[in-house]
Design a protein around this ligand. Sequence first.
Ligand code: AMP
Ligand code: ZN
Length: 454
Amino acid sequence: MLSLYNTQTRTVDQVTTQSDGSVAIYCCGPTVYRDAHVGNMRTFLLGDLVTRAIRATGKNVKIIQNITDVGHMSEDLNEDKMLLQSQAESIDPFAVARKYEEKFHGDLALLNIESAQSYPRASESIELMHALISQLISQGNAYVGDDKSVYFSAQSFESYGAISGNRLDALKPGHRYEFTEGGAKRFHADWALWKFAGTRTKMIWDSPWGPGFPGWHIECSAMSLHFLGPKINVHIGGIDLRFPHHENERAQTNSITGGESVDLWLHGEHLLFEGRKMSKSAGNVVLVSDLLERGIDPLSLRLCFLENRYRSQMDLSWDSIKAAQVTIKRWRKKLQEWGPDAPILQDQEILKAVMTDLDMPRVISRLRVVEKDSEISPIEKVGIFKYAEQLIALDLLRGEIAAELPQEAHELLAAREIARSEKNWKLSDELREKLENFGLEIKDLPQSQEWQWR
Ligand code: AMP
Ligand code: ZN
């Protein structure tokens, strides 16, 4: 079975299963107020790799990824990120959300990141959150503040801090917490579950505590419990979510279930670009669409990610992306030359590397060795590459010509991926027809689609 580094236990632990042998994964999703950048995509890829690795062991995976479209506050302005963007673009905040949500799905498809079973939206899970908040209040874990907002009482949860090591007695007042609350909180580390609307008029809902909107952390507790139940085997996010997001989520969910709701907290380290944190002010935010604009196959980015351990910070550059593109092109060409019809050949070294805390760089270096090893026959080489493909998903069997897929076809494929995830079969059939007009043949798999030239 797959073993992964568990932030809470600080050891590499075996992934557990549900009683029916399947594995339940929750992956924190995007805040859809802007395009997801390649750093976000690195974290979303982690969910895909874990899913593929578990499937390789013959187990079923149920993976849920939320869409944060309300309640995520910007730290500097103490304002909802969705509303700030809605003002910047002069469009309704829900239109902002749907626009970037669609682009997010398109980016996932371009990177061969398989769709989750479901992408529940925070704005459509308000009642689930109300139910949890009511229970937390009745249990004494939460209280209504003088400002009519509802707060979680951090001190009511004994093991607060177990994931991040930020114990309550060490958390000083003045640390940056979500929402300025004008003294309504009873303890500085408490956080808002429900925020009273006050003068806010958009993205607000009625609630037993008056009109308002949910806090960011409660959405993940509500959606994970509703879609996956009281036991999650692996919970995934970027390292910045370790605290306070996951710490607060754990306090909320465990208080509801009365047990340990997540067996393994998995965090992906951050991606830097050309040595620096990606930020608007530094002008170095890179999007998947930037690769397309430069005529680079987006799967080159996937290969760059695979060449770095998820637990290490990674520095990406245009040079490394271009080098990966060269490797992919070469491999596609060689697989055609070696004879693409070979049967899949399980490779123990690849299997062991994947199962040992997802050592994908070792998988890639194994492929480089196989490529050059004259003792391995061409048929065996193809078989081993095909085996690896189930995990690395670089479309190596497409043939060299595939890299020249026109941008419009990329977009149609991405749109069809979204239509399928939304079970919009009519649109998905229409898009299939358009893709066939491009000369592509589409094969539908349970969680994804494959294509090849006809
Ligand atoms: P957001 O859309 O900001 O809520 O972030 C979505 C996911 O991307 C979260 O799991 C973040 O932890 C993760 N993330 C944000 N920035 C980076 C980065 N530079 N590298 C890797 N993951 C990131
Ligand atoms: Zn979350």
